[in-house]
Design a protein around this ligand. Structure first.
Ligand code: G3H
Ligand code: 13P
Ligand code: ZN
Length: 307
């Protein structure tokens, strides 16, 4: 079916307490992996492109790949701009048929973040396109950090309420202890579940967990077996997803896990088949690995069967 507005996909997710996975895509194999996983599990899915992904894949190429893939499946698929920095980035995507955009002005002060987000909402809502904003600073909660320091970068629930009321954004990315990439926690994985709970109670809108990859031992061990160097890699455990979803997280962003899965299988194929020169025998199995990772996430996020 054609791409679906994330505004419409959020509604049942928010009511029924499940999260829709955001899977970052850069090329055809990643797009196909998400579509196949979504169709097989009858799950809604969000395909996200960052500005650097759009540069790499080519703006029109990547958008058309996602639109084509969405038409070929029977479940709701949204196309989302991940971490749009400039208002112009969001505007370009709104005009190109994205069904959700993120404007990430979290590095600006509170008032400026509100002003920028409001501008994007004004452009997106007449077209029924969802807007995600971010408040707080992503980063791990370390044991040697005191309460004041911790509070300085985690999302403040009272500010979140004011921000949502003033901007009219549809979803809010919250800083609750996660961070992007493969190295999220130095020691034990810690998420500020109390914050998720408070922010949800104060805002009632869909909350988004960025930097949410699991970086599980299976992915790490396989990549390392074939030569990757990832000492100390650590991510979000499965139990944390379940707890976060129960508290009101409705969108979970996964990029690093797909990169790690892809890396492990590409390395394996190269190492095990030194005489192979056919790229399809390298990228095909990598696509399968990514698809299986996505299916596991859809089950844990409780979105399987909701398409
Ligand atoms: O949040 C960042 C995403 O993982 C996208 O990363 O800008 O390298 O495409 P990227
Ligand atoms: P990971 O790096 O944990 O996969 O997070 C991705 C993300 O938040 C994209 O916006
Ligand atoms: Zn992110």
């Amino acid at each position: 079916m054609p791409l679906v507005s994330l505004i419409d996909m959020y509604k049942p997710a928010n009511e029924q307490y499940y999260a829709i996975g955001q899977f970052n895509v850069n090329n055809m194999e990643f797009v196909q992996a998400v579509m196949e996983a979504a169709e097989e599990l009858k799950s809604p899915a969000i395909l996200a492109a960052s500005t650097s992904a759009l540069k790499y894949g080519g703006f029109d190429y990547l958008i058309d790949l996602v639109k084509t893939g969405a038409r070929m499946v029977s479940v709701p698929i949204a196309l989302h701009l991940d971490h749009g920095v400039k208002i112009e980035d969001a505007e370009k995507c709104i005009n190109a048929g994205f069904t959700s955009v993120m404007i990430d002005a979290s590095h600006e002060d509170f008032e400026e973040n509100i002003r920028i987000t409001k501008e994007v909402v004004k452009m997106a809502h007449p077209k029924n396109i969802a807007v995600e904003a971010e408040l707080g600073r992503l980063g791990g909660i370390e044991d040697d950090v005191n309460v004041d320091e911790r509070d300085a970068f985690l999302t403040d629930p009272a500010q979140a309420k004011e921000f949502v009321e003033k901007t009219g954004c549809d979803a809010l990315a919250v800083a609750v202890g996660t961070s992007h990439g493969a190295y999220k926690f130095k020691a034990e994985a810690k998420l500020a579940f109390d914050r998720i709970d408070e922010i949800k109670k104060k805002t009632g809108i869909p909350l988004v967990l960025h930097g949410a990859s699991g970086v599980g031992p299976k992915l790490i061990e396989k990549a390392q077996k074939y030569g990757a160097e990832l000492p100390g890699a650590k991510g979000v455990p499965d139990e944390a997803y379940v707890k976060a979803v129960k508290l009101g997280i409705n969108k979970i962003n996964i990029d690093t896990d797909l990169r790690l899965g892809w890396l492990g299988t590409v390395r394996e194929m190269l190492a095990e088949n030194p005489k192979n020169i056919d790229p399809r025998k390298i990228l095909g199995p990598a696509r399968e690995t990514i698809k299986e990772i996505i299916k596991e996430k859809m089950k844990i996020f409780n979105s399987a069967g909701k398409g």
